[in-house]
Design a protein around this ligand. Structure first.
Ligand code: NAI
Ligand code: MG
Length: 362
C-alpha cells in the first residue's frame, strides 16, 4: 500500500532542509522498499508569490487527502504585502487544526559527541532521552475571545484566552500515558495549577485519566516554571512530559539547549486514529525559517532528517528503518560531521547538503 506524503517546504531555510529530508527518504524508498510517494506543494508566501493565494485549493485538498505531511518552516521576513485573511488561510495553525493533529511529539536526546564540547554540559545532559507531548489544537493559541480592542478611554487592550475542555486534556493525557508504556513508564504533567483555573482542571483531568487506566505508569505533576529550571539542571529525570500548547512551545525550545542547537530537533503532530486505524500526521523540524541564515546552504538539516525518521516510525510503520536513520545521524555526528551551528572552533564545517551526505553514507 502506497503512503502518500505531501511535502510543504515553505519559507527561508524550509526548502533547504526539506530537500535533504526528502533525499534521505528517497534512499529508503530505493534501498529498503519503503512505499512512499512524495509530492511537493506550494503554500504560504511562496504560493502567494506564484498564484496570489497562500493556500491554493489543490494544496489544501492534497493536505487533507495525504497520509502525512513533511513540512519545512513558515515565516518570511515581510508578509505585510499579504492581506491578513490570506495570511491566516495559509498558516501552519490552520493546517494543524485542519488535521486535528492534537498531539505534538518533540523528542530530545543528548548527543554524546556534542556534549563533549563542555564538561559541565556533558555531566548534566548525558543520557537525556525524553519526549515532550505538547497539546497542539487548543489552549492559548486558539481560545476565544481574542483580539485587540479599543477601550472607552481610547487605549487598547489585547486579549487571548487560555481555554481547555476536559476532552481536550484527556486525549493528550491518554496519548502521553500510552507513549510512556513504550518507553520508561514515567509521565511528568506540566501546568500552572497554582495560579490558573484551566491549569487546575488540567491537573485534575490528567490525574483522573491516570487513576482510570494507567496506574502502571508513574505520574508526577510539575509547575511550568520549575520545569524550565529542571530542563536546564537535571534533564535526565524526564521520560514523557505532557503539557499544554503554550507551555509546550516554550519548554520544547528550552529543551533544545540540551542537544546544542534548535536545528537538531524533530517533531511530529498526530491526530487520533482514523477509521482505518491510521493517524493523520505532520512532521517538521522544531525550528522556524531562520531568515538570518536562509539561502546560504549552511542550515543544519538534522531536525528535518530526524523528523523524516519519525515519519518512518509513525506513518510508514517502519521502526527498523527509523532506528537505522537515527543511528546514521548519531554515527555521522560521532565521526565529526558538523554544520556551523554545532561546530566548535577549529572543526570542519559542512554545508546542509554535505551533512545530509554524511548521514546517507552512514
Ligand atoms: P528560528 O527557529 O527560525 O531561528 C532561531 C535561531 O536558530 C536563528 O538564529 C537561526 O539561525 C537558528 N536556527 C534555526 N534553525 C536552524 C538550523 N536548521 N540550522 C542552524 N541554525 C538554525 O526562529 P525565529 O528566528 O524566532 O523565527 C524566524 C521565523 O520563523 C519567524 O517568521 C517565525 O514566525 C517563524 N517560525 C516558524 C516555525 C515553524 O514553521 N514551525 C517555528 C518557529 C518560528
Ligand atoms: Mg516555538
Amino acid at each position: 500500500m502506497t503512503i502518500d506524503i505531501v511535502v510543504l517546504p515553505g519559507d527561508g531555510i524550509g526548502p533547504e532542509v526539506t530537500d535533504e529530508a526528502v533525499r534521505v527518504l528517497d534512499w529508503f524508498v530505493q534501498h529498503r522498499a519503503v512505499p512512499l510517494r512524495m509530492q511537493r506543494r506550494l503554500f504560504g508566501s511562496a504560493a502567494w508569490a506564484a498564484e496570489r493565494s497562500t493556500m491554493p485549493d489543490a494544496t489544501w485538498n492534497a493536505i487533507m487527502a495525504a497520509d502525512a505531511l513533511l513540512f519545512g518552516a513558515t515565516g518570511s521576513l515581510d508578509q505585510t504585502h499579504i492581506p491578513p485573511d490570506e495570511r491566516r488561510k495559509g498558516s501552519l495553525l490552520r493546517i494543524r487544526k485542519g488535521l486535528d493533529a492534537f498531539a505534538n511529539l518533540r523528542p530530545v536526546k543528548a548527543q554524546p559527541a556534542l556534549a563533549e564540547s563542555s564538561p559541565f554540559k556533558a555531566r548534566t545532559v548525558a543520557g537525556t532521552d525524553m519526549v515532550i507531548v505538547r497539546e497542539l489544537t487548543a489552549g492559548m493559541y486558539f481560545g476565544t475571545p481574542r483580539g485587540v480592542e479599543t477601550q472607552p478611554d481610547g487605549t487598547r487592550r489585547g486579549v487571548n484566552t487560555h481555554s481547555y475542555t476536559e476532552a481536550e486534556i484527556a486525549r493528550a493525557a491518554r496519548f502521553a500515558f500510552e507513549l510512556a508504556r513504550t518507553r520508561r513508564g514515567h509521565v511528568t504533567s506540566v501546568d500552572k495549577a497554582n495560579v490558573m483555573e484551566a491549569g487546575r482542571l488540567w491537573r485534575d483531568v490528567v490525574t483522573e485519566v491516570h487513576e482510570a487506566g494507567y496506574k502502571d505508569v508513574t505520574l508526577e505533576h510539575m509547575l511550568a516554571d520549575n520545569c524550565a529550571l529542571q530542563l536546564g539542571r537535571a534533564p535526565t529525570r524526564f521520560d514523557v512530559v505532557v503539557t499544554d500548547n503554550l507551555f509546550g512551545d516554550l519548554l520544547s525550545d528550552c529543551a533544545g539547549a540540551i542537544n546544542g542547537s534548535l536545528g537538531m530537533l524533530p517533531s511530529a503532530a498526530l491526530s487520533a486514529p482514523r477509521e482505518d486505524g491510521r493517524r493523520r500526521a505532520l512532521y517538521e523540524p522544531v525550528h522556524g525559517s531562520a531568515p538570518d541564515i536562509a539561502g546560504k546552504g549552511i542550515a543544519n538539516p538534522l531536525g528535518a532528517i530526524l523528523s523524516a525518521a519519525m515519519l518512518l516510525r509513525w506513518t510508514a510503520n517502519a521502526p527498523a528503518e527509523a532506528d537505522a536513520l537515527e543511528a546514521a545521524v548519531q554515527a555521522a555526528l560521532d565521526a565529526g560531521a558538523r554544520t556551523a551551528d554545532i561546530a566548535m572552533p577549529g572543526e570542519t564545517v559542512l554545508s546542509t547538503r554535505a551533512m545530509a551526505d554524511a548521514v546517507i553514507a552512514a
